[in-house]
Write a protein that binds this ligand. Structure first.
Ligand code: SF4
Length: 641
């Protein structure tokens, strides 16, 4: 029943309606000039409307050198206060309380984000990920930065926030000062634990002095930096106590720096609640409330509260996927909660790519909350959706949600298409939950779901649809290479769908995500795998954080990679290939698995267009690609009908 999640909490006189927190996450949904956009307001208002008790608005830069993503809010002067006030009002109007995260990236940025300036840091040591040599901050400038944080907090108070969240985690500027790994200073801000703590403690005191006692000061810290010589839990216990003494009211216990990004929560390789032990230790050593974060399920969160391991539960990616998570839990509709599948494709992946703003693969409405209209249509249509992969399921769900009469036909006996198989390799299990969610929602909205129903022109005509959505998926690509059409060769689907268990030695032709994850899966079963890829490395289409764990697992299991290799000929037991202009062979394998990409399978379009003018081709049937494109196209079709 999740009763503990729904107990109110009063902090500094602020009544928070439950224990569910949206932690600060950079979305890039603000305007390019650093002001608050309507899109940003709509995004946060949706999470407040969905029932979260406390919303920590994403980091704003306290100084022009502090930005780490292009559209980060500017908060080094008063210009953004009116926009922030609108944001606060929208959150408060929905019954949630809100803190503003105040932030400086330090060395974890690059000149493109900070107007061509050189990043600044405690010491002249580059962030291993951004790889830009920073300027060491002179002592007097450190004191000015303390004031910058205090002034930004005061602006937050003027904008109506209930408090601030000082970003001392994840390897940003404050964390750099706190870290023996990044801070090699010999002035009063370095050298010893006391020196390294001076910067955060002065910031906390400055915020308290400027904002008074009736204002929540939160502090986000990484309890373990997961870098050699970095801070670990033992020292973090002292850090937490000192922060409390300096005036912090609320601690948010996170983990990692950019140099250890694989530890961020959106990673299926990390177990649910992987920070739990540390949160509990820190909570027991301080007298202030503690927020827990890190792949925490609702049941686990409720149990952590029940057993006193934390006071609040943050669900970051969970709130991206399901803005109404608290409301649905409260109503007992847990099956209707859109789950985060830890793919990072549309959240972190988009922010790191030219798409720049965050969305969600499972719920692509995220980031577009004010744009899409789900109001039921006045004249419902008869809609036929062909194919029950993610694109078809999303199209069917969306069209039915808007009141259309939807029939979804799937030729196989199972829902999910290729996406279902993507759940099979290690650490990918959460994907199955997304398929289950789509099917649940289709049923809720009355979609007529028909498995084992191949569609042809005759069936299409007999259903007399007004609109047809073709989501017929993809089939394996077969590049014209001699010997490729060998009947003994296996497909990725043969392996992941449990049709064949290959022999002891397996050659996988193709080192994209599906080939490499198949190797990951087979090496779990003690198969010796060799992956052949024409690019210089394997798994290049896997997102950054899951890839770090995947590559480590493959190395541990001895998966061999032959890269920059062009396959010239297939044999029963292997291949001939060219590498660096040299002809080579890899033979003696028990099985060859073809993983050379997919191509669109769209056999019904001509027949469909002869039946109705309203035809949509979505997902892999349109262009074989990643699942986030499939759900976006399915959503677009469902909204367009
Ligand atoms: Fe989770 Fe993937 Fe959505 Fe990000 S894009 S919130 S990781 S499901």
């Amino acid at each position: 029943t999740f009763d503990h999640l729904f107990e109110p909490y009063t902090l500094k006189g602020v009544q928070i309606r439950n224990r569910l927190v949206v932690p600060a996450m950079g979305t890039n949904l603000g305007n390019e000039d650093g002001t608050v956009s309507q899109r940003l307001i709509d995004y946060y208002a949706a999470r407040a409307r969905g029932g979260f008790g406390l919303i920590v608005v994403e980091g704003v830069a306290v100084n022009p050198t502090g930005m780490c993503i292009p559209n980060e809010g500017h908060f080094w002067d008063d210009a953004n206060i009116p926009g922030m006030r609108k944001l606060v009002d929208a959150i408060h109007a929905e019954g949630a309380k809100t803190l503003l995260q105040i932030h400086h990236a330090g060395r974890q940025t690059n000149p493109a984000n900070i107007g061509g300036l050189q990043p600044i840091a405690p010491s002249r040591i580059a962030c291993p990920v951004d790889n830009v040599l920073p300027r060491e901050i002179p002592t007097e400038e450190v004191y000015r930065l303390v004031e910058d944080f205090g002034n930004a907090a005061l602006r937050a108070k003027k904008a109506g926030f209930d408090g601030v969240d000082i970003h001392g985690a994840h390897g940003y500027l404050i964390a750099q000062f706190m870290s023996g790994h990044a801070n090699k200073r010999t002035d009063e801000f370095g050298g010893t634990f006391e020196g390294r703590m001076r910067f955060p403690l002065l910031i906390v005191r400055s915020v308290r002095e400027k904002c008074g006692d009736d204002f929540i000061i939160g502090f986000r810290m990484s309890y373990d930096e997961k870098v050699p010589g970095g801070r670990t839990l033992e020292e973090s216990l002292v850090v937490a106590h000192q922060l409390e003494e300096a005036g912090v009211d609320l601690l948010d216990v996170s983990i990692m720096t950019y140099a250890s990004t694989e530890y961020m929560s959106a990673n299926g390789a990390l177990p649910n609640g992987y920070n739990q032990f540390a949160t509990e230790k820190i909570r027991s050593s301080v007298g202030i409330p503690v927020i827990a974060v890190g792949r925490i399920t609702p049941a686990m969160g409720d149990d952590m509260l029940r057993t006193g391991k934390a006071d609040f539960i943050a669900m970051g990616r969970g709130s991206l996927a399901e803005p109404a998570l608290p409301a649905k839990l409260r109503e007992g509709c847990i099956d209707e909660v859109a789950p985060c599948i830890s793919c990072t494709q549309s959240c972190l992946g988009y922010i790191l790519s030219d798409r720049i703003y965050a969305s969600c693969l499972v719920n692509p409405v995220t980031g577009h909350e004010g744009e899409y209209d789900f109001t039921p249509v006045e004249a419902p249509k008869k809609v036929l959706v062909v194919g029950a992969g993610p694109a078809g399921l999303m199209a069917a769900k969306t069209a039915a949600q808007r009141g259309h009469h939807v029939v979804l036909c799937e030729r196989s006996g199972e829902f999910g298409g290729q996406f279902r198989l993507a759940a099979v390799p290690p650490t990918k299990h959460d994907i199955a939950g997304a398929i289950r969610y789509y099917v649940t929602m289709c049923k809720k909205y009355g979609v007529d779901l028909r498995l084992n129903t191949p569609v042809d022109e005759e069936l299409m005509r007999s259903l007399a649809p007004d609109a047809i959505v073709l989501a017929t998926g993809s089939v394996p690509a077969m590049p014209p290479i001699e010997g490729i059409d060998n009947a003994s060769f296996l497909s990725v689907a043969d392996v992941l769908d449990g049709r064949v268990l290959p022999g002891a030695k397996v050659l996988i032709a193709g080192g994209g995500m599906s080939g490499v994850e198949t190797a990951d899966f087979l090496s779990e079963h003690f198969r010796s795998c060799t992956v052949v890829e024409m690019r210089p490395d394997i798994a290049l289409d896997e997102e950054y954080t899951p890839r770090a764990f995947l590559m480590r697992r493959l190395a541990e299991k001895g998966v061999q990679a032959i890269t920059s290799a062009r396959i010239t000929r297939f044999h029963d037991d292997g291949i001939d290939y060219e590498q660096d202009g040299e002809a080579k062979s890899a033979r003696g394998f028990d099985n060859v698995v073809l993983a050379m990409g997919m191509r669109a399978d769209n056999p019904l379009e001509t027949a469909a267009r002869a039946i109705t003018d309203e035809v949509y081709v979505v997902g892999d049937a349109r262009h074989a690609g990643p699942a986030n494109k499939a759900t976006e196209e399915g959503l677009a079709a469902g909204l367009a009908i």
